[in-house]
Ligand binder design. Structure first.
Ligand SMILES: *[C@@H]1O[C@H](CO)[C@@H](O)[C@H](O)[C@H]1NC(C)=O
Ligand SMILES: *[C@@H]1O[C@H](CO)[C@@H](O)[C@H](O)[C@H]1NC(C)=O
Ligand SMILES: *[C@H]1O[C@@H](CO)[C@H](O)[C@@H](O)[C@@H]1NC(C)=O
Length: 585
Protein backbone atom coordinates (compact mmCIF):
# COMPACT_ATOMS: atom_id res chain seq x y z
CA UNK A 1 0.00 0.00 0.00
CA UNK A 2 1.42 3.36 -1.03
CA UNK A 3 1.14 6.07 1.56
CA UNK A 4 0.42 9.58 0.28
CA UNK A 5 2.39 12.57 1.47
CA UNK A 6 -0.56 13.94 3.45
CA UNK A 7 -1.06 10.67 5.27
CA UNK A 8 2.62 10.74 6.16
CA UNK A 9 2.34 14.20 7.66
CA UNK A 10 -0.65 13.10 9.74
CA UNK A 11 1.20 9.96 10.74
CA UNK A 12 4.31 11.87 11.79
CA UNK A 13 2.24 14.37 13.73
CA UNK A 14 0.46 11.55 15.52
CA UNK A 15 3.76 9.87 16.21
CA UNK A 16 5.18 13.08 17.66
CA UNK A 17 2.08 13.65 19.74
CA UNK A 18 1.99 10.14 21.10
CA UNK A 19 5.64 10.24 22.03
CA UNK A 20 5.16 13.48 23.93
CA UNK A 21 2.36 11.93 25.97
CA UNK A 22 3.62 10.73 29.34
CA UNK A 23 6.16 8.19 28.26
CA UNK A 24 7.37 7.43 31.77
CA UNK A 25 10.77 5.91 31.58
CA UNK A 26 10.11 3.65 28.66
CA UNK A 27 12.12 4.06 25.54
CA UNK A 28 9.65 5.10 22.90
CA UNK A 29 9.95 4.08 19.27
CA UNK A 30 6.97 5.81 17.65
CA UNK A 31 7.83 4.44 14.22
CA UNK A 32 7.90 0.86 15.54
CA UNK A 33 5.01 0.91 18.00
CA UNK A 34 2.36 -0.16 15.57
CA UNK A 35 4.41 -2.30 13.24
CA UNK A 36 2.84 -5.67 13.05
CA UNK A 37 4.99 -8.13 14.89
CA UNK A 38 5.23 -11.65 13.57
CA UNK A 39 2.35 -12.97 15.64
CA UNK A 40 2.26 -16.46 14.28
CA UNK A 41 5.57 -17.66 12.91
CA UNK A 42 4.06 -20.66 11.19
CA UNK A 43 1.53 -18.46 9.37
CA UNK A 44 4.31 -16.45 7.74
CA UNK A 45 6.25 -19.52 6.77
CA UNK A 46 8.81 -19.50 9.59
CA UNK A 47 8.74 -23.09 10.75
CA UNK A 48 11.84 -23.24 12.92
CA UNK A 49 10.76 -22.74 16.50
CA UNK A 50 12.31 -19.60 17.97
CA UNK A 51 15.22 -21.05 19.96
CA UNK A 52 15.16 -18.26 22.54
CA UNK A 53 11.48 -18.24 23.48
CA UNK A 54 10.80 -19.59 26.93
CA UNK A 55 9.17 -22.97 27.48
CA UNK A 56 7.83 -22.68 31.01
CA UNK A 57 8.09 -18.99 31.87
CA UNK A 58 4.97 -17.06 30.96
CA UNK A 59 4.93 -15.04 27.78
CA UNK A 60 2.04 -14.47 25.38
CA UNK A 61 2.33 -15.77 21.79
CA UNK A 62 3.84 -12.48 20.61
CA UNK A 63 4.46 -8.76 21.14
CA UNK A 64 5.76 -6.57 23.94
CA UNK A 65 4.90 -7.17 27.60
CA UNK A 66 5.98 -5.47 30.79
CA UNK A 67 4.63 -5.16 34.34
CA UNK A 68 2.44 -7.88 35.87
CA UNK A 69 -0.81 -6.24 36.98
CA UNK A 70 -3.82 -7.01 39.15
CA UNK A 71 -2.60 -10.50 40.00
CA UNK A 72 -5.15 -12.37 42.07
CA UNK A 73 -6.79 -15.66 42.94
CA UNK A 74 -10.53 -15.62 42.48
CA UNK A 75 -12.90 -18.58 42.91
CA UNK A 76 -10.51 -21.28 41.79
CA UNK A 77 -8.78 -19.29 39.04
CA UNK A 78 -5.49 -17.40 39.07
CA UNK A 79 -5.55 -14.18 37.08
CA UNK A 80 -2.47 -12.57 35.58
CA UNK A 81 -2.96 -9.25 33.84
CA UNK A 82 0.04 -7.56 32.29
CA UNK A 83 1.08 -4.48 30.37
CA UNK A 84 0.91 -5.34 26.68
CA UNK A 85 1.33 -3.76 23.26
CA UNK A 86 -1.24 -5.56 21.07
CA UNK A 87 0.45 -4.23 17.95
CA UNK A 88 4.20 -4.65 18.22
CA UNK A 89 7.25 -5.93 20.07
CA UNK A 90 8.21 -2.50 21.44
CA UNK A 91 6.60 -0.48 24.24
CA UNK A 92 3.45 1.46 23.23
CA UNK A 93 -0.37 1.24 22.78
CA UNK A 94 -0.52 -0.11 26.32
CA UNK A 95 -3.49 -2.23 27.44
CA UNK A 96 -4.11 -4.78 30.20
CA UNK A 97 -3.76 -8.20 28.64
CA UNK A 98 -5.26 -11.07 30.61
CA UNK A 99 -4.37 -14.70 31.22
CA UNK A 100 -5.96 -17.30 33.51
CA UNK A 101 -4.70 -20.49 35.07
CA UNK A 102 -5.73 -23.05 37.64
CA UNK A 103 -2.15 -24.03 38.54
CA UNK A 104 0.10 -20.98 37.92
CA UNK A 105 1.95 -23.04 35.30
CA UNK A 106 -0.38 -23.59 32.32
CA UNK A 107 -2.17 -20.50 31.03
CA UNK A 108 -4.93 -19.47 28.70
CA UNK A 109 -4.53 -15.99 27.22
CA UNK A 110 -7.77 -14.05 26.83
CA UNK A 111 -8.75 -10.82 25.08
CA UNK A 112 -7.36 -7.67 26.74
CA UNK A 113 -9.39 -6.91 29.85
CA UNK A 114 -8.82 -3.16 30.05
CA UNK A 115 -8.01 -0.95 27.09
CA UNK A 116 -8.46 2.72 26.21
CA UNK A 117 -12.14 3.56 25.78
CA UNK A 118 -12.81 6.73 27.75
CA UNK A 119 -11.42 10.24 28.26
CA UNK A 120 -9.83 9.06 31.52
CA UNK A 121 -7.66 6.40 29.82
CA UNK A 122 -7.63 7.35 26.15
CA UNK A 123 -3.82 7.47 26.05
CA UNK A 124 -3.12 4.20 27.82
CA UNK A 125 -4.07 1.80 30.59
CA UNK A 126 -1.06 1.51 32.84
CA UNK A 127 -0.24 -0.58 35.89
CA UNK A 128 -2.39 -1.27 38.90
CA UNK A 129 -3.73 -3.87 41.30
CA UNK A 130 -6.74 -5.94 42.19
CA UNK A 131 -8.60 -5.94 45.51
CA UNK A 132 -11.30 -8.44 46.39
CA UNK A 133 -14.03 -6.50 48.23
CA UNK A 134 -15.87 -7.97 51.25
CA UNK A 135 -18.92 -8.90 49.11
CA UNK A 136 -16.35 -10.86 47.07
CA UNK A 137 -16.44 -8.54 44.05
CA UNK A 138 -12.97 -8.00 42.61
CA UNK A 139 -12.09 -4.38 41.88
CA UNK A 140 -9.20 -3.27 39.69
CA UNK A 141 -7.49 0.06 40.25
CA UNK A 142 -5.26 1.16 37.39
CA UNK A 143 -3.55 4.26 36.08
CA UNK A 144 -5.18 5.82 33.05
CA UNK A 145 -3.40 8.32 30.84
CA UNK A 146 -6.06 10.90 30.05
CA UNK A 147 -6.53 13.15 27.03
CA UNK A 148 -4.06 15.68 28.42
CA UNK A 149 -1.43 13.05 29.12
CA UNK A 150 -2.06 13.24 32.85
CA UNK A 151 -1.96 10.18 35.11
CA UNK A 152 -5.22 9.45 36.92
CA UNK A 153 -6.44 6.41 38.86
CA UNK A 154 -9.50 4.52 37.65
CA UNK A 155 -11.56 1.66 38.97
CA UNK A 156 -12.98 -1.23 36.90
CA UNK A 157 -15.33 -4.08 37.83
CA UNK A 158 -16.16 -7.40 36.15
CA UNK A 159 -19.13 -7.09 33.82
CA UNK A 160 -20.46 -10.51 34.72
CA UNK A 161 -19.53 -12.10 38.04
CA UNK A 162 -20.93 -15.41 36.89
CA UNK A 163 -18.22 -15.65 34.20
CA UNK A 164 -15.61 -17.81 35.95
CA UNK A 165 -12.83 -16.12 33.93
CA UNK A 166 -13.97 -12.52 34.44
CA UNK A 167 -13.33 -11.78 30.78
CA UNK A 168 -15.05 -8.43 30.48
CA UNK A 169 -14.48 -5.41 32.67
CA UNK A 170 -16.48 -2.20 32.90
CA UNK A 171 -15.29 1.22 33.98
CA UNK A 172 -17.91 3.31 35.78
CA UNK A 173 -18.58 6.80 34.40
CA UNK A 174 -17.52 8.36 37.70
CA UNK A 175 -13.86 7.67 36.84
CA UNK A 176 -11.25 8.88 37.45
CA UNK A 177 -11.62 8.15 41.15
CA UNK A 178 -8.26 9.70 42.04
CA UNK A 179 -7.04 12.68 40.05
CA UNK A 180 -3.71 14.27 40.93
CA UNK A 181 -4.52 17.03 43.38
CA UNK A 182 -2.66 20.31 43.57
CA UNK A 183 0.95 19.77 44.47
CA UNK A 184 1.15 16.30 42.94
CA UNK A 185 3.22 15.85 39.78
CA UNK A 186 0.46 14.84 37.36
CA UNK A 187 2.82 13.14 34.91
CA UNK A 188 4.43 11.04 37.65
CA UNK A 189 1.51 9.67 39.64
CA UNK A 190 0.79 6.01 39.06
CA UNK A 191 0.56 2.29 39.90
CA UNK A 192 -2.00 2.01 42.74
CA UNK A 193 -1.51 -0.90 45.16
CA UNK A 194 -4.02 -3.46 46.33
CA UNK A 195 -6.22 -1.73 48.91
CA UNK A 196 -6.56 -2.79 52.55
CA UNK A 197 -9.12 -1.89 55.18
CA UNK A 198 -8.18 -0.44 58.54
CA UNK A 199 -9.99 -1.21 61.82
CA UNK A 200 -11.93 2.04 61.23
CA UNK A 201 -13.51 0.46 58.14
CA UNK A 202 -11.81 2.84 55.69
CA UNK A 203 -10.04 1.56 52.60
CA UNK A 204 -6.48 2.61 51.95
CA UNK A 205 -4.10 2.31 49.06
CA UNK A 206 -0.75 3.70 48.02
CA UNK A 207 0.27 5.39 44.76
CA UNK A 208 3.82 6.03 43.52
CA UNK A 209 4.95 9.54 42.66
CA UNK A 210 7.87 11.96 42.88
CA UNK A 211 8.66 15.49 43.87
CA UNK A 212 11.85 16.50 42.11
CA UNK A 213 14.38 13.91 43.30
CA UNK A 214 12.18 12.51 46.04
CA UNK A 215 10.20 9.34 45.44
CA UNK A 216 7.00 9.03 47.44
CA UNK A 217 4.42 6.41 48.36
CA UNK A 218 1.30 8.53 48.89
CA UNK A 219 -1.61 7.16 50.87
CA UNK A 220 -5.27 7.61 49.91
CA UNK A 221 -8.42 6.73 51.86
CA UNK A 222 -11.99 5.86 50.96
CA UNK A 223 -15.17 4.72 52.64
CA UNK A 224 -16.88 3.37 49.52
CA UNK A 225 -14.03 2.64 47.05
CA UNK A 226 -15.43 5.46 44.94
CA UNK A 227 -14.55 8.74 46.60
CA UNK A 228 -10.91 8.87 47.64
CA UNK A 229 -8.99 11.53 49.54
CA UNK A 230 -5.29 11.84 50.40
CA UNK A 231 -4.33 10.95 53.97
CA UNK A 232 -2.70 13.62 56.10
CA UNK A 233 0.78 12.27 55.57
CA UNK A 234 2.48 10.16 52.96
CA UNK A 235 3.24 6.57 53.84
CA UNK A 236 6.96 6.80 53.04
CA UNK A 237 9.50 8.56 50.84
CA UNK A 238 13.16 8.48 49.86
CA UNK A 239 15.56 10.54 47.80
CA UNK A 240 15.82 7.96 45.05
CA UNK A 241 13.79 9.50 42.21
CA UNK A 242 10.40 8.35 40.99
CA UNK A 243 8.86 5.44 42.90
CA UNK A 244 6.98 3.14 40.55
CA UNK A 245 4.88 0.07 41.31
CA UNK A 246 4.79 0.29 45.11
CA UNK A 247 3.65 -2.87 46.91
CA UNK A 248 2.65 -2.88 50.59
CA UNK A 249 1.60 -6.04 52.44
CA UNK A 250 1.91 -8.04 55.67
CA UNK A 251 4.32 -10.97 56.00
CA UNK A 252 5.18 -13.49 58.64
CA UNK A 253 7.79 -16.20 58.99
CA UNK A 254 5.26 -18.77 57.86
CA UNK A 255 4.91 -18.92 54.08
CA UNK A 256 1.15 -18.68 54.55
CA UNK A 257 1.51 -15.13 55.72
CA UNK A 258 -2.06 -14.19 56.47
CA UNK A 259 -2.41 -14.80 60.14
CA UNK A 260 0.23 -13.21 62.34
CA UNK A 261 1.08 -10.21 60.18
CA UNK A 262 4.39 -9.85 61.93
CA UNK A 263 5.77 -7.16 59.66
CA UNK A 264 4.70 -5.00 56.74
CA UNK A 265 6.78 -4.91 53.55
CA UNK A 266 7.11 -1.82 51.38
CA UNK A 267 8.64 -2.47 47.97
CA UNK A 268 9.26 0.21 45.37
CA UNK A 269 10.61 0.08 41.82
CA UNK A 270 13.18 2.79 41.22
CA UNK A 271 12.62 4.36 37.84
CA UNK A 272 16.11 5.93 37.81
CA UNK A 273 18.13 2.74 38.30
CA UNK A 274 15.51 0.25 37.05
CA UNK A 275 15.96 -1.86 40.18
CA UNK A 276 13.64 -2.53 43.09
CA UNK A 277 14.28 -2.53 46.80
CA UNK A 278 12.24 -3.25 49.87
CA UNK A 279 12.13 -2.58 53.57
CA UNK A 280 9.89 -4.12 56.21
CA UNK A 281 8.85 -2.87 59.59
CA UNK A 282 5.89 -1.78 61.66
CA UNK A 283 2.67 -0.37 60.28
CA UNK A 284 0.32 1.26 62.74
CA UNK A 285 -3.21 1.21 61.35
CA UNK A 286 -4.47 3.87 63.75
CA UNK A 287 -1.84 6.48 62.95
CA UNK A 288 -1.28 5.24 59.39
CA UNK A 289 2.45 5.24 59.88
CA UNK A 290 5.01 2.86 58.51
CA UNK A 291 8.39 2.63 60.24
CA UNK A 292 10.97 0.36 58.57
CA UNK A 293 13.19 -1.70 60.84
CA UNK A 294 16.25 0.34 61.75
CA UNK A 295 18.68 -2.37 60.67
CA UNK A 296 17.53 -2.15 57.05
CA UNK A 297 19.03 0.14 54.43
CA UNK A 298 16.29 2.34 52.98
CA UNK A 299 17.46 3.41 49.51
CA UNK A 300 19.64 2.21 46.68
CA UNK A 301 21.55 -0.10 49.04
CA UNK A 302 18.35 -1.66 50.32
CA UNK A 303 17.45 -5.34 50.09
CA UNK A 304 16.25 -6.57 46.73
CA UNK A 305 13.91 -9.39 45.84
CA UNK A 306 16.20 -10.19 42.96
CA UNK A 307 19.70 -8.96 42.20
CA UNK A 308 19.29 -9.36 38.45
CA UNK A 309 16.82 -8.42 35.78
CA UNK A 310 13.53 -8.19 37.69
CA UNK A 311 11.26 -5.14 37.85
CA UNK A 312 7.76 -3.78 38.45
CA UNK A 313 6.92 -6.75 40.64
CA UNK A 314 3.62 -7.35 42.40
CA UNK A 315 2.47 -9.81 45.06
CA UNK A 316 -0.91 -11.26 45.92
CA UNK A 317 -2.30 -13.44 48.65
CA UNK A 318 -3.27 -16.89 47.41
CA UNK A 319 -6.16 -17.85 49.69
CA UNK A 320 -6.30 -21.32 48.14
CA UNK A 321 -2.92 -22.29 49.55
CA UNK A 322 -2.42 -19.63 52.19
CA UNK A 323 0.74 -18.22 50.69
CA UNK A 324 1.89 -14.93 49.19
CA UNK A 325 3.06 -15.05 45.59
CA UNK A 326 5.41 -12.66 43.82
CA UNK A 327 5.36 -11.91 40.09
CA UNK A 328 7.99 -9.78 38.33
CA UNK A 329 8.85 -8.71 34.79
CA UNK A 330 12.15 -9.57 33.09
CA UNK A 331 12.87 -7.35 30.09
CA UNK A 332 15.10 -8.26 27.17
CA UNK A 333 18.86 -7.70 27.05
CA UNK A 334 19.06 -7.80 23.26
CA UNK A 335 18.38 -4.88 20.93
CA UNK A 336 15.09 -3.34 19.85
CA UNK A 337 15.83 -4.54 16.31
CA UNK A 338 16.22 -8.09 17.67
CA UNK A 339 12.86 -7.77 19.43
CA UNK A 340 11.10 -6.60 16.28
CA UNK A 341 12.60 -9.52 14.38
CA UNK A 342 11.69 -12.03 17.15
CA UNK A 343 8.20 -10.56 17.36
CA UNK A 344 8.22 -10.60 21.15
CA UNK A 345 9.84 -8.87 24.12
CA UNK A 346 9.48 -9.42 27.85
CA UNK A 347 8.85 -12.48 30.01
CA UNK A 348 7.32 -12.93 33.45
CA UNK A 349 9.65 -14.44 36.06
CA UNK A 350 8.55 -17.72 37.59
CA UNK A 351 5.88 -17.07 40.26
CA UNK A 352 7.60 -17.26 43.63
CA UNK A 353 6.32 -17.94 47.12
CA UNK A 354 7.57 -15.17 49.41
CA UNK A 355 7.83 -15.06 53.21
CA UNK A 356 9.89 -13.60 56.06
CA UNK A 357 13.10 -15.46 56.97
CA UNK A 358 13.08 -17.13 60.39
CA UNK A 359 15.92 -14.84 61.50
CA UNK A 360 13.72 -11.88 60.56
CA UNK A 361 16.52 -10.31 58.52
CA UNK A 362 15.15 -10.57 54.99
CA UNK A 363 12.47 -12.06 52.76
CA UNK A 364 12.81 -15.55 51.32
CA UNK A 365 11.61 -16.74 47.91
CA UNK A 366 11.09 -20.05 46.18
CA UNK A 367 9.46 -21.03 42.89
CA UNK A 368 5.89 -22.19 43.54
CA UNK A 369 5.76 -25.97 43.98
CA UNK A 370 3.44 -26.29 40.94
CA UNK A 371 6.46 -25.64 38.68
CA UNK A 372 7.76 -29.09 39.68
CA UNK A 373 4.80 -30.67 37.86
CA UNK A 374 6.69 -29.97 34.63
CA UNK A 375 9.71 -31.98 35.70
CA UNK A 376 10.48 -34.93 33.44
CA UNK A 377 13.57 -37.06 32.94
CA UNK A 378 15.83 -36.88 36.01
CA UNK A 379 19.59 -37.00 36.60
CA UNK A 380 20.93 -37.63 40.09
CA UNK A 381 24.53 -37.21 41.24
CA UNK A 382 25.68 -37.66 44.83
CA UNK A 383 28.99 -36.98 46.57
CA UNK A 384 31.07 -36.15 43.56
CA UNK A 385 34.34 -34.35 44.14
CA UNK A 386 35.14 -31.43 41.84
CA UNK A 387 38.87 -30.93 42.26
CA UNK A 388 40.44 -27.47 42.24
CA UNK A 389 40.55 -26.22 38.66
CA UNK A 390 38.33 -28.93 37.16
CA UNK A 391 34.89 -29.26 35.66
CA UNK A 392 32.54 -32.01 34.48
CA UNK A 393 29.50 -32.24 32.25
CA UNK A 394 26.15 -33.23 33.72
CA UNK A 395 25.00 -35.83 31.23
CA UNK A 396 21.68 -37.51 30.76
CA UNK A 397 19.33 -34.58 30.26
CA UNK A 398 17.52 -34.45 26.96
CA UNK A 399 17.19 -30.68 26.95
CA UNK A 400 19.61 -28.78 29.20
CA UNK A 401 18.23 -25.60 27.56
CA UNK A 402 14.95 -26.18 29.43
CA UNK A 403 15.76 -27.60 32.83
CA UNK A 404 15.47 -27.27 36.59
CA UNK A 405 18.74 -27.95 38.44
CA UNK A 406 19.05 -28.29 42.20
CA UNK A 407 22.58 -28.71 43.47
CA UNK A 408 24.22 -28.61 46.87
CA UNK A 409 27.91 -27.71 47.01
CA UNK A 410 30.27 -28.22 49.93
CA UNK A 411 33.47 -26.17 50.00
CA UNK A 412 36.07 -28.58 51.38
CA UNK A 413 38.65 -26.15 52.73
CA UNK A 414 37.36 -22.79 53.89
CA UNK A 415 40.85 -21.89 55.15
CA UNK A 416 41.84 -21.36 51.54
CA UNK A 417 39.37 -18.49 51.21
CA UNK A 418 40.99 -15.25 50.06
CA UNK A 419 40.71 -12.27 52.33
CA UNK A 420 37.95 -9.84 51.43
CA UNK A 421 39.78 -6.91 49.86
CA UNK A 422 39.26 -3.90 52.15
CA UNK A 423 39.05 -1.80 49.00
CA UNK A 424 35.62 -3.39 48.43
CA UNK A 425 34.34 -2.41 51.85
CA UNK A 426 30.95 -0.82 51.20
CA UNK A 427 31.02 -1.79 47.53
CA UNK A 428 28.02 -3.62 46.21
CA UNK A 429 28.24 -7.25 45.20
CA UNK A 430 27.81 -6.41 41.54
CA UNK A 431 30.99 -4.34 41.57
CA UNK A 432 32.90 -7.13 43.30
CA UNK A 433 31.62 -9.68 40.82
CA UNK A 434 32.41 -7.46 37.84
CA UNK A 435 36.02 -7.46 39.09
CA UNK A 436 36.01 -11.14 40.12
CA UNK A 437 34.02 -12.83 37.37
CA UNK A 438 33.81 -16.55 36.72
CA UNK A 439 37.17 -16.63 34.96
CA UNK A 440 39.15 -15.06 37.80
CA UNK A 441 40.72 -17.87 39.81
CA UNK A 442 40.07 -17.76 43.54
CA UNK A 443 40.77 -19.61 46.77
CA UNK A 444 37.33 -21.01 47.55
CA UNK A 445 35.48 -20.67 44.28
CA UNK A 446 34.42 -19.51 41.86
CA UNK A 447 32.45 -22.79 41.76
CA UNK A 448 29.01 -23.40 40.32
CA UNK A 449 27.22 -24.16 37.07
CA UNK A 450 27.92 -23.34 33.48
CA UNK A 451 24.50 -23.32 31.87
CA UNK A 452 23.50 -22.88 28.23
CA UNK A 453 27.03 -23.96 27.33
CA UNK A 454 28.12 -24.85 23.80
CA UNK A 455 30.10 -28.04 23.18
CA UNK A 456 33.40 -26.18 22.74
CA UNK A 457 32.52 -24.21 25.89
CA UNK A 458 32.94 -20.86 24.17
CA UNK A 459 29.36 -19.94 24.99
CA UNK A 460 28.41 -20.42 28.63
CA UNK A 461 26.70 -18.51 31.40
CA UNK A 462 28.24 -18.97 34.83
CA UNK A 463 26.14 -19.06 37.99
CA UNK A 464 28.53 -19.39 40.90
CA UNK A 465 29.68 -18.74 44.43
CA UNK A 466 32.93 -17.28 45.70
CA UNK A 467 33.82 -17.31 49.38
CA UNK A 468 36.03 -14.69 51.05
CA UNK A 469 37.42 -14.55 54.57
CA UNK A 470 35.70 -11.82 56.51
CA UNK A 471 37.67 -8.95 57.99
CA UNK A 472 38.80 -9.36 61.61
CA UNK A 473 36.76 -12.14 63.22
CA UNK A 474 33.90 -11.51 60.84
CA UNK A 475 32.19 -14.44 59.23
CA UNK A 476 33.02 -15.45 55.68
CA UNK A 477 31.57 -13.37 52.88
CA UNK A 478 29.61 -15.48 50.36
CA UNK A 479 29.17 -13.91 46.96
CA UNK A 480 26.63 -15.32 44.51
CA UNK A 481 27.05 -14.20 40.95
CA UNK A 482 25.67 -14.56 37.44
CA UNK A 483 28.33 -13.88 34.82
CA UNK A 484 26.99 -13.77 31.23
CA UNK A 485 30.13 -12.25 29.71
CA UNK A 486 30.67 -15.41 27.62
CA UNK A 487 26.99 -16.23 27.16
CA UNK A 488 26.83 -15.53 23.43
CA UNK A 489 28.87 -15.12 20.28
CA UNK A 490 26.68 -12.10 19.54
CA UNK A 491 28.52 -9.02 20.72
CA UNK A 492 25.84 -6.32 20.75
CA UNK A 493 24.05 -7.65 23.82
CA UNK A 494 23.65 -6.13 27.27
CA UNK A 495 25.67 -8.50 29.49
CA UNK A 496 25.99 -7.13 33.00
CA UNK A 497 27.24 -9.37 35.79
CA UNK A 498 24.62 -9.53 38.53
CA UNK A 499 25.46 -10.46 42.11
CA UNK A 500 24.51 -10.38 45.76
CA UNK A 501 26.06 -11.27 49.12
CA UNK A 502 24.21 -14.17 50.73
CA UNK A 503 23.65 -13.77 54.42
CA UNK A 504 24.73 -17.26 55.55
CA UNK A 505 27.38 -18.34 58.04
CA UNK A 506 29.09 -20.90 55.83
CA UNK A 507 31.29 -22.27 58.63
CA UNK A 508 28.11 -23.30 60.47
CA UNK A 509 26.79 -25.17 57.41
CA UNK A 510 30.07 -27.09 57.08
CA UNK A 511 30.93 -25.24 53.88
CA UNK A 512 27.62 -26.21 52.28
CA UNK A 513 25.72 -23.90 50.00
CA UNK A 514 22.76 -24.89 47.79
CA UNK A 515 21.79 -23.50 44.41
CA UNK A 516 18.73 -23.96 42.24
CA UNK A 517 18.72 -22.70 38.67
CA UNK A 518 15.79 -22.64 36.26
CA UNK A 519 17.16 -22.67 32.73
CA UNK A 520 14.72 -21.67 30.00
CA UNK A 521 16.45 -20.90 26.68
CA UNK A 522 17.08 -17.18 27.22
CA UNK A 523 16.24 -17.09 30.91
CA UNK A 524 18.56 -18.11 33.76
CA UNK A 525 16.77 -17.72 37.09
CA UNK A 526 18.74 -18.77 40.16
CA UNK A 527 18.01 -19.16 43.86
CA UNK A 528 20.90 -19.45 46.32
CA UNK A 529 21.01 -20.41 49.98
CA UNK A 530 17.52 -22.03 50.04
CA UNK A 531 15.91 -18.83 48.70
CA UNK A 532 17.92 -16.15 50.49
CA UNK A 533 19.21 -14.80 47.19
CA UNK A 534 17.79 -14.75 43.68
CA UNK A 535 19.30 -13.55 40.42
CA UNK A 536 17.53 -13.51 37.07
CA UNK A 537 19.51 -12.98 33.89
CA UNK A 538 18.61 -12.92 30.19
CA UNK A 539 21.09 -14.44 27.74
CA UNK A 540 21.00 -15.15 24.00
CA UNK A 541 23.29 -18.00 23.02
CA UNK A 542 23.72 -18.67 19.32
CA UNK A 543 25.14 -22.22 19.48
CA UNK A 544 24.05 -23.43 22.89
CA UNK A 545 20.41 -23.63 21.87
CA UNK A 546 17.84 -26.43 21.97
CA UNK A 547 19.38 -29.89 22.21
CA UNK A 548 22.84 -28.38 21.54
CA UNK A 549 22.94 -26.72 24.95
CA UNK A 550 24.97 -28.38 27.69
CA UNK A 551 25.25 -28.19 31.44
CA UNK A 552 28.49 -28.31 33.48
CA UNK A 553 29.67 -28.08 37.05
CA UNK A 554 32.91 -26.12 37.42
CA UNK A 555 35.37 -25.22 40.14
CA UNK A 556 37.85 -22.50 39.28
CA UNK A 557 39.18 -22.18 42.82
CA UNK A 558 42.33 -23.41 44.56
CA UNK A 559 40.47 -25.79 46.84
CA UNK A 560 38.25 -28.80 46.18
CA UNK A 561 34.50 -28.66 46.26
CA UNK A 562 32.08 -31.53 46.58
CA UNK A 563 28.71 -31.81 44.89
CA UNK A 564 26.85 -33.50 47.72
CA UNK A 565 23.62 -33.74 45.68
CA UNK A 566 22.65 -32.73 42.21
CA UNK A 567 19.17 -33.30 40.87
CA UNK A 568 18.59 -32.03 37.37
CA UNK A 569 15.32 -32.39 35.50
CA UNK A 570 14.25 -31.85 31.93
CA UNK A 571 11.30 -29.47 32.02
CA UNK A 572 8.23 -29.97 29.86
CA UNK A 573 6.80 -26.85 28.28
CA UNK A 574 3.89 -25.14 29.97
CA UNK A 575 0.68 -25.10 27.94
CA UNK A 576 -0.02 -21.54 26.90
CA UNK A 577 -3.05 -21.48 24.68
CA UNK A 578 -5.75 -19.07 23.64
CA UNK A 579 -8.55 -21.62 23.91
CA UNK A 580 -10.42 -21.39 27.17
CA UNK A 581 -11.51 -25.03 26.93
CA UNK A 582 -7.83 -25.94 27.34
CA UNK A 583 -7.71 -24.65 30.89
CA UNK A 584 -6.37 -27.42 33.11
CA UNK A 585 -9.07 -28.43 35.55
C1 LIG B 1 7.08 15.80 36.94
O1 LIG B 1 7.29 14.58 36.23
C2 LIG B 1 7.77 14.76 34.93
C3 LIG B 1 7.80 13.38 34.26
O2 LIG B 1 8.68 12.51 34.92
C4 LIG B 1 9.13 15.44 34.98
O3 LIG B 1 9.58 15.68 33.66
C5 LIG B 1 9.03 16.75 35.76
O4 LIG B 1 10.31 17.30 35.92
C6 LIG B 1 8.42 16.49 37.11
N1 LIG B 1 8.27 17.73 37.87
C7 LIG B 1 8.68 17.80 39.16
C8 LIG B 1 8.45 19.12 39.82
O5 LIG B 1 9.17 16.87 39.76
C1 LIG C 1 19.63 -39.86 44.31
O1 LIG C 1 20.45 -40.98 44.49
C2 LIG C 1 20.71 -41.30 45.86
C3 LIG C 1 21.76 -42.41 45.93
O2 LIG C 1 21.67 -43.27 44.83
C4 LIG C 1 19.39 -41.69 46.52
O3 LIG C 1 19.61 -42.00 47.88
C5 LIG C 1 18.43 -40.51 46.39
O4 LIG C 1 17.16 -40.86 46.90
C6 LIG C 1 18.27 -40.08 44.93
N1 LIG C 1 17.51 -38.86 44.92
C7 LIG C 1 16.47 -38.69 44.12
C8 LIG C 1 15.75 -37.37 44.23
O5 LIG C 1 16.08 -39.53 43.35
C1 LIG D 1 16.23 -3.81 30.66
O1 LIG D 1 17.04 -3.62 29.52
C2 LIG D 1 18.35 -3.21 29.80
C3 LIG D 1 19.09 -3.17 28.47
O2 LIG D 1 18.46 -2.35 27.56
C4 LIG D 1 18.33 -1.86 30.50
O3 LIG D 1 19.64 -1.47 30.82
C5 LIG D 1 17.50 -1.99 31.79
O4 LIG D 1 17.38 -0.75 32.42
C6 LIG D 1 16.11 -2.52 31.46
N1 LIG D 1 15.39 -2.78 32.69
C7 LIG D 1 14.18 -2.31 32.91
C8 LIG D 1 13.54 -2.70 34.18
O5 LIG D 1 13.59 -1.59 32.13
Amino acid sequence: MAIGARTWVVFLLLALLSSSVAEASHRVFPDLQSLDAVADRAAVGVDDPDPLRTGFHFQPPSHWINDPNGVMYYKGVYHLFYQYNPKAAVWGNIVWAHAVSTDLVNWVTLQPAIYPTAPFDVNGCWSGSATVLPDSTPAIMYTGIDGDGLQVQNVAYPKDLSDPYLREWVKPDYNPVIAPNAGVNATAFRDPTTAWRGPDGLWRLVIGTKDNHRGLAVLYRSRDFKRWAPARRVLHYGDTGMWECPDFYPVSTSPGAVLGDVKHVLKVSLDLTRFEYYTFGAYDHATETYVPDAALADGNDGLRYDYGNFYASKTFLDQAKQRRILWGWANESDSTEDDVRKGWAGVQAIPRKIWLALDGKQLMQWPVAEVESLRGNHVNITDRLVEAGSYFEVQGLMSPAQADVEVSFAAMDLDKAEPFDPAWRGADAQTVCAAQGADVKGGVGPFGLWVLASDELKERTAVFFRVFKGEGDGKHVVLMCNDPSRSSYADHLYKPTFAGFIDVDITKTGGKIPLRTLIDHSMVESFGGHGRMSILSRVYPTKAVGDKARLYVFNHGDSDVKVTHLNAYDMRSAKISNHIDQLTR
